[in-house]
Ligand binder design. Structure first.
Ligand SMILES: Cc1cc2nc3c(=O)[nH]c(=O)nc-3n(C[C@H](O)[C@H](O)[C@H](O)COP(=O)(O)OP(=O)(O)OC[C@H]3O[C@@H](n4cnc5c(N)ncnc54)[C@H](O)[C@@H]3O)c2cc1C
Length: 427
C-alpha cells in the first residue's frame, strides 16, 4: 500500500516522533505550511517528555498520562498525521532528489516531497559477560521507565553503572525509595564529561550524604547472576557488589542508520549545517541524532543531547525546509534534578580555561562560572535559579560577566552583565 495524499501532494515526512520531530511539525504549521505533514515514530506512544522518566515518573510522583507533549485534539486541529508504532525501514529518493518513498514496518510505504530526520539516539549498551541477565535495565523510553519503576518497588540493592546525569537521577530516585544504592563510575569524578571538578565533588559529597555509595575510577568487568537473574557487579579490582537491580547509564549513540542508507555524511551523528541541512541540502535533521556547528563554539562541531537543542534546532530545520531565513541559534541550556538538588546549566563549558565558584557548595546553593580567554561561556547553577537566569541572559546578549566581582554573593549576578555584543542569540 502506498500512502498518496489527496490532491497529489505528498507533503513532508518527519521520521522520529520525539521532541525534535514534534516541534518540526508544529513549526511548519506555524509558518503557514499547508501541505500534509506526517510524523512517524517507532515507539507505541505519541510524542512524550523523556526528562521526567528518570525524575518524577521514576520516583512515583508523575503518571504516564501526564507525559504526553500534545493532545490528540491538537494533532487533528493542526492536521499533523501522527503514526506511532511505525518504523521506517528504508527510503528511496526520486531521481531529481526532491522527494521519495519511505518503506515502513507496517506493510506500507509513504511518499513525500520533503524529508526530515529526527531519529534521536539510543542508550549505549554494555558488552560484558552477564549483560543479558534479568534485572539489567536501561532508561530511554516509557516501557523502560515503567519496567524500572515496577522493579524498584521490589528491589533492595541497586547498582547504577555510570555517574552521568541519567545515572545520578535514577540513583537519587532509588535512594528516595529507601533502597541501598551504589554508583560505579569509570572516570575519577562524576559528571566528568560535562562539568568542572567543583560540581563533580559537590555531587559526590551530596549523594553520599544522602546515603548513596559512590565508587570512582573503577570499571565493571562482568555481571554475576543466579537463576538467570543479576546478583552482583564485578569491578576491575575483583570486588563484587551485590545487586538485585542494575541500572545502566553510560551514554547514548545517535541513530544514524537511515541517514547512512541515504548516503548522508555522518560522524558521531548526522552532520548538519547551521540551517539543520544535511549533506543533501533538501533533507534536514534535528535533535539528538545530529552533530552541528555553533557560532559560540567555533572550534568544533557539537552534539547536544537536550530538549532545548531538539526544539530550537527543529525550528531552524522547519525554516530551512520552507526556504525561510533561519532564526538565530539559541543559547544551549539544560537541567538535571537529582532528588532535591536542581542543577541548571546555561551555555556549554567545553574548552573552558578558567572557572570560579560563586557561593559556598556546602550550603547546596552555589554557581560555577566558566570562562575562556577571559570571556564568560557557561554556568552551572545548583539550587540557584537567579544565577542561571542571569547567566542565560548574558549568553543571549553575547555579554561577559565581570569575573572580578562575580563571587560577591550579595550582588545579584544580573548586575554584572557587561555590554551586549553585536551577535545576540535567541533566548
Ligand atoms: C531518562 C531521560 C532523562 C532526560 N532528562 C533530560 C533533562 O533533564 N533535560 C534535558 O534537556 N534533556 C533530558 N534528556 C534528553 C532529552 O530527552 C533528549 O535530548 C530529547 O528528547 C531528544 O529528542 P529527539 O527528538 O532528538 O530524540 P528522541 O526523543 O530520541 O526521539 C527520536 C524518536 O525517533 C524514533 N525513531 C528512530 N528511528 C526511527 C525510524 N527508523 N522510524 C521511526 N521512528 C524512528 C525513536 O523511536 C524516537 O522515538 C533526557 C533523556 C532521557 C532518556
Amino acid at each position: 500500500m502506498t500512502n498518496e495524499h489527496p490532491g497529489g501532494t505528498a507533503g513532508t515526512l518527519i521520521i522520529g516522533a520525539g521532541e525534535a520531530g514534534l516541534q518540526l511539525a508544529v513549526s511548519l504549521r506555524q509558518k503557514g505550511y499547508t501541505d500534509p505533514v506526517t510524523l512517524i515514530g517507532a515507539e507505541d506512544q505519541s510524542p512524550y517528555q523523556r526528562p521526567p522518566l528518570s525524575k518524577a515518573f521514576l520516583g512515583g510522583d508523575m503518571d504516564e498520562e501526564n507525559l504526553a507533549l500534545r493532545t490528540e485534539e491538537f494533532y487533528s486541529k493542526h492536521e499533523i498525521d501522527v503514526l506511532p508504532g511505525t518504523r521506517v525501514t528504508d527510503i528511496v529518493l526520486d531521481e531529481e532528489g526532491h522527494g521519495g518513498l519511505a518503506t515502513t514496518s507496517r506493510d506500507g510505504a509513504i511518499s513525500f516531497s520533503k524529508l526530515a530526520l529526527t531519529t534521536g539516539s539510543r542508550p549505549r549498551k554494555l558488552n560484558l559477560p552477564g549483560k543479558d541477565l534479568d534485572g539489567i535495565c536501561y532508561l530511554r523510553g516509557i516501557p523502560d521507565a515503567r519496567s524500572l519503576r515496577t522493579r524498584l518497588a521490589k528491589a533492595s540493592r541497586v547498582v547504577v553503572i555510570g555517574g552521568g546525569f541519567i545515572g545520578l537521577e535514577a540513583a537519587a530516585a532509588a535512594r528516595q525509595r529507601g533502597l541501598a544504592v551504589t554508583v560505579v563510575e569509570t572516570f575519577d569524578r562524576l559528571l566528568q564529561r560535562v562539568a568542572a571538578p567543583p560540581i563533580s565533588d559537590f555531587y559526590k559529597k551530596a549523594h553520599e550524604k544522602r546515603g548513596i555509595d559512590i565508587i570512582l575510577g573503577s570499571g565493571v568487568t562482568s555481571l554475576h547472576g543466579s537463576d538467570k537473574k543479576v546478583s552482583g557487579v564485578e569491578l576491575s579490582d575483583g570486588t563484587v557488589i551485590p545487586a538485585d537491580l542494575v541500572i545502566v547509564g553510560i551514554g547514548v549513540e545517535p541513530r544514524t542508520e537511515l541517514a547512512e542508507k541515504l548516503g548522508l555524511a555522518c560522524d558521531r551523528g548526522i552532520i548538519v549545517d547551521s540551517g539543520a541541512r544535511t549533506s543533501n541540502p533538501d533533507i534536514v535533521a534535528a535533535g539528538d541524532c545530529t552533530i552541528q556547528p555553533h557560532p559560540r563554539y567555533p572550534a568544533e562541531s557539537i552534539r547536544v543531547e537536550s530538549v532545548q537543542n531538539a526544539v530550537d534546532q527543529a525550528k531552524i530545520a522547519a525554516s530551512s525546509l520552507l526556504g525561510h531565513p533561519s532564526p538565530a541559534p539559541a543559547v544551549p541550556w539544560f537541567w538535571s534534578d537529582q532528588g532535591d538538588l536542581k542543577l541548571q546549566i546555561a551555555g556549554l563549558s567545553n574548552g573552558y580555561d578558567d572557572f570560579l565558584i560563586r557561593g559556598e557548595p556546602d550550603t547546596e546553593h552555589f554557581t560555577v562560572l566558566y570562562y575562556r580567554d577571559g570571556h564568560f561561556i557557561a554556568a552551572d547553577a545548583v539550587n540557584s535559579p537567579h544565577d542561571f537566569m542571569a547567566a542565560k541572559r548574558a549568553l543571549t546578549l553575547g555579554s561577559t560577566i565581570d569575573r572580578s566581582r562575580a563571587t560577591e554573593t550579595g550582588l545579584p549576578l544580573k548586575a554584572l552583565i557587561g555590554e551586549p555584543s553585536t551577535e545576540s542569540l535567541r533566548n
